[in-house]
Ligand binder design. Sequence first.
Ligand code: NAD
Ligand code: DAU
Length: 345
Amino acid sequence: MKILVTGGAGFIGGNFVHHMVNKYPEYEIVNLDLLTYCGNLETLKPVEDKPNYKFVKGDIADKEFIMDLFEKEKFDVVVNFAAESHVDRSIENPDIFVHSNVLGTVTLLNACRKFGIKRYHQVSTDEVYGDLPLDRPDLFFTEETPIHTSSPYSSSKASADLYVMAYYRTFGVPVTISRCSNNYGPYHFPEKLIPLIISRALADQELPVYGKGENVRDWLYVTDHCKAIDLIIHKGRVGEVYNVGGHNEKTNLEVVKTILKALDKPESLIKFVTDRPGHDMRYAIDPTKLETELGWEPEYTFETGIKKTIEWYLENKEWWQNILSGEYQNYFSNMYGKRLENTEQ
Ligand code: NAD
Ligand code: DAU
């Protein structure tokens, strides 16, 4: 079995490559990544010399390159992680999200249609469902929840999902989609909440919390997401969507305070800053379909997962300090300069 993993130099794709290369020595895993600002080959160091692993650099939206690659490699399965993934960046510059997330997905689907594959799997997000109100804890996203997006990022991901389902219905491409809640764990780029807070708290720097910090996210340890995708590509039904989440809802403030406590740092580092425009209030996944149909269950709770994550960041400082010392510094001052001056409280 030859599997194309796109975006495998990113956070979740990288963890998925590790999982697949180690679990299935008889499979060939080809990792295709453009190595954008968050693609990092250091993440692949533990597997780069394995005989069943290969890296290819390229853009999933480059039609000629993708067609040539598919013709040459004859993939059985495609798992598409490649995307622009940060909501704040999509607010600053939506265009690149259309290129990679929409055009990139359609380009891969065209190649799958032309060359034939056993399965195309789209790694989507719970953000396509929009958000839930804070005062209705009884509500959860199911696979039937209508698509209702808020940000340019979630709109590009929803658009990609619609193309995936159209290629299934119109052309019979054998597809599946997973929609997961917020991931955290090793190799998470430090622009996202959890690694940003860990890295800045360790340096005793101010911790920007948007608005009042009351927004709720449903956190899943990244390897539990990887195992869900492994199950879906092997046993999931073609044409189906599977929600992935482990019922670990926390407010952002709870997450930040948990990290500060674990690192023995003071809460006075917290700075409430100008909110994200269009900020979704609450995400919460109902994973019943994945659990009952495919027998998935998460290994980690938020408490065990966050402990493991903090340990990883303490033991792998070189991985994230290399990132912080580069172009990231410009990103941080552009994105947070004004915000940190205009605090909310
Ligand atoms: P990430 O930003 O860490 O990694 C994305 C990777 O895609 C990078 O390695 C980047 O170089 C690569 N890439 C970007 N554009 C590309 C292109 N045009 N061609 C080839 N490679 C390209 O993202 P992540 O957090 O690992 O997310 C991976 C996927 O999972 C995304 O599709 C995202 O929408 C989805 N997702 C993420 C989360 C989360 O909490 N992070 C949750 C649910 C779903
Ligand atoms: O739900 C799945 C989604 O989770 C994925 O599809 C996205 O790719 C992924 O980035 C993530 O999106 P979020 O916007 O929820 O993640 P982020 O880490 O950017 O923010 C988490 C919450 O923390 C959110 O409510 C905004 C808030 N936040 C974030 C940052 C970066 C802050 O308060 N301060 C910050 O500095």
